[in-house]
Ligand binder design. Structure first.
Ligand code: ADP
Length: 633
């Protein structure tokens, strides 16, 4: 029988696994048990939905055994089994495709083991050889898969009486201070099952040697005999069905990490039972880190759905709104039909009621965290806040009410997060709008000249650093009846009546200068104005109401907006209190043909400050050079 090679990617991962210094070897058992339990779930489900595949509940179990002489450990389930194709597909490829590309050179094995659930292969940490004997309920065929690790595997036909899978691990020899013997000890196996797999819904049984008192005559010494007894090692009550009070945080953590393949503990656990219109238990988790594929198409959202503790499906998207898609977990309801299909999920009355309720609970938990554990909430927000912002933006803002109080921004006030509510509550007298400033980073925004006047007036400005931010507030329109105002767009509403009057006068005095500047830049800007935004900087750009600079940048990166050339209408603002203004006035009087060149330089400067490239770098640097030469004449 020719050996088949693992797919290249699998081989590398396998090597890594086998030679890893990964200390938590004992997870192998939880992985194997969890696979067995899944296989039993599938068989159970089939049995309930297909009359020809019936099986007695009593026949669904997991059996563990050891043979100390042969140094083998065996785990057998009466689950669905695997066909030949499934063996090849499931055990010939390790982990999910692409997972290795993601792995950076020096990342430690634990990260992959956790993130991608290399599951079955973790057994190679303690086994030198693995045999998988399986009989499939689907086609009645039996096969045996054998592998000694990285050099490949074989699949052959075999004989097996019962449906299900028997996996035999041939333990490694003790070496290099690693001792594998304890994995053959009953106490160790019991300990691992209690720790990691207690809630598994099927009995995990093991033949255990126990010593029993023998019948003796009245005054005889007590005698004991060793008998083999089949013990069930787990309590079998699913975690979510147990009383919250009796559950240790530790149990939630292990359950989550095991079931949802995360190597980090959850950030938050939401566990509750509802009785009333619909009865269900929910056990929900907020991860403590954004999954690496969260914003990619590969990310699977949705909750697991159980009916009467029978697993029905993974990733039921209709149970949870998209803006909470970071939540992992499960719902178990007696009221949902076992035969429910993915397609009708959406229309099902019970499912709808559950989904509504789930949403309310998550929202409640988040609000609670925000109010009572601000730091925790901020960590959460760093991970998933962006999703909430998209939630507000999507569907034309219909979820605005639901989400707007969950959003945080950093602001000029103290570089700390602030909610919109907090912002509005501490607005200064006379301030009519919520000010924001957009840019790549807070550092960059802080340098924006347009911030000057607003800061001088001691108005708080929100930093918008996510692409979606501006789009989001457009959709929101107002918050507590306050509008949103970008510091570099439109009228800032910032001048006092007196200042306005002054500006008007100055404007009419310099009417022809402004007109000439405007003419010189007619192709580039919509207007040249005297600025209300600046105190010390000479010039800046602002956008007229409508498309903003930030939006322009976002659009220019979107393939679907290519060619449409969506642009902000530029306004060149000149600081009337800056020396440059006096220079302009005198050039205009004495040397008017130089004005276009200077106008162009100022415009390009403003572009640079705004983070746009200058339009003609060569002309720009020639002009500067000329200025330097002239200055020395
Ligand atoms: P995962 O459990 O994350 O999918 P594994 O590497 O642990 O990854 O297992 C790969 C696949 O092999 C499983 O998804 C399942 O289809 C199949 N498999 C593993 N163990 C069993 C088993 N005991 N019975 C039936 N199928 C199994």
């Amino acid at each position: 029988m020719a050996k088949k090679q693992f797919k290249a990617e699998s081989k590398r991962l396998l090597d890594l696994m086998i030679n890893s210094i990964y200390t938590n070897k004992e997870i192998y058992l939880r992985e194997l048990v969890s696979n067995a339990s899944d296989a039993l779930d599938k068989r159970h489900y089939l049995s309930l939905t297909d009359d020809t595949k019936r099986v007695d509940d009593a026949d669904l179990h997991i059996l563990l055994s050891v043979n100390k002489q042969a140094r083998t450990f065996t785990i057998e389930d009466t689950g669905i089994g695997m066909t030949k194709e499934e063996l090849e597909k499931n055990l010939g490829t390790i982990a999910k495709s692409g997972s290795l590309e993601f792995k950076k050179e020096n990342e430690d094995a634990r990260d992959i083991i956790g993130q991608f659930g290399v599951g079955f292969y973790s057994a190679f940490m303690i086994a030198r050889r693995i045999e998988v004997l399986t009989k499939s309920v689907k086609d009645d065929s039996s096969h045996i898969w054998t592998s000694e690790g990285a050099d490949g595997y074989t699949v052959e036909e075999a004989a097996k009486e019962d449906y299900g899978t028997r996996i035999t691990l041939y333990l490694r020899e003790n070496e290099n201070e690693e001792n594998y013997d304890e994995y053959l000890e009953t106490y160790k196996i019991k300990q691992l099952i209690t720790r990691y797999s207690d809630y598994v819904r099927y009995p995990i049984q093991m033949d255990v040697e126990v010593s029993k008192p023998m019948e003796t005559e009245e005054n005889e010494e007590p005698k004991y005999e060793t008998v083999i007894e089949t013990q069930t090692l787990n309590t079998m009550v699913p975690l979510w069905k147990r009383n919250k009070k009796d559950i240790q945080q530790d149990e939630y953590d292990t359950f989550y990490m095991n079931k949802f393949m995360d190597w980090q503990k959850p950030h938050r656990v939401i566990h509750y039972t509802t009785e009333g219109m619909v009865n269900y238990n929910a056990l929900l988790f907020i991860p403590s880190k954004t999954p690496y594929d969260f914003y990619s198409k590969d990310y699977q959202s949705g909750l697991q759905l159980y009916s009467k503790s029978v697993f029905i499906m993974d990733n039921a998207k209709d149970l949870i709104p998209d803006y909470f898609r970071f939540v992992k977990g499960l719902v178990d309801s007696d009221d949902v039909s076992l035969n429910i299909s993915r397609e009708i999920l959406q229309q099902d009355r019970q499912v709808k009621a559950i989904a509504k309720n789930v949403e309310k609970k998550i929202k409640g938990a988040l609000v609670d965290m925000l109010v009572k554990e601000r730091e925790e909430y901020e960590t959460f927000f760093d991970n998933f806040g962006l999703q909430l912002k998209y939630g507000i933006y999507e569907d034309y803002g219909i979820h605005k009410e639901q989400l707007q109080d969950l959003i945080l921004f950093k602001s000029t006030k103290e570089d700390k997060y602030v909610t919109l509510k907090e912002y509005v509550e501490r607005m200064k007298e006379g301030q009519t709008d919520i000010y924001f400033a957009s840019g790549e980073s807070i550092e960059q925004i802080k340098k924006l000249p347009q911030l000057e006047r607003v800061m001088e007036k001691e108005y708080e400005v929100l930093y918008f650093t996510d692409n979606v931010d501006e789009f989001m507030v457009r959709v929101m329109n107002t918050y507590m009846e306050k509008g949103f105002k970008s510091i570099n767009q439109g009228d800032l509403n910032i001048d006092t009546e007196e200042e306005k009057k002054e500006k008007e006068d100055l404007k009419s005095e310099n009417k022809s200068l402004l007109e000439s500047l405007q003419n010189a830049l007619s192709e580039k800007v919509a207007e040249v104005v005297l600025s209300s935004r600046l105190t010390s900087y000479p010039v800046c750009l602002s956008a007229k109401d409508g498309v903003s600079f930030e939006m322009e940048k976002v659009f220019s990166q979107m393939p679907e907006a290519k060619g449409q050339d969506i642009k902000a209408q530029r306004v060149l603002e000149i600081n009337p209190n800056h020396d440059i203004f006096k220079t302009l006035q005198s050039v205009f009087e004495k040397d008017a043909d130089k004005l276009p060149m200077i106008a162009d330089l100022l415009y390009n400067q403003a572009l640079l400050i705004e983070g746009f490239p200058v339009e003609d770098p060569v002309a720009y640097s020639n002009a500067i050079c000329q200025l330097l030469v002239d200055a020395n004449k």
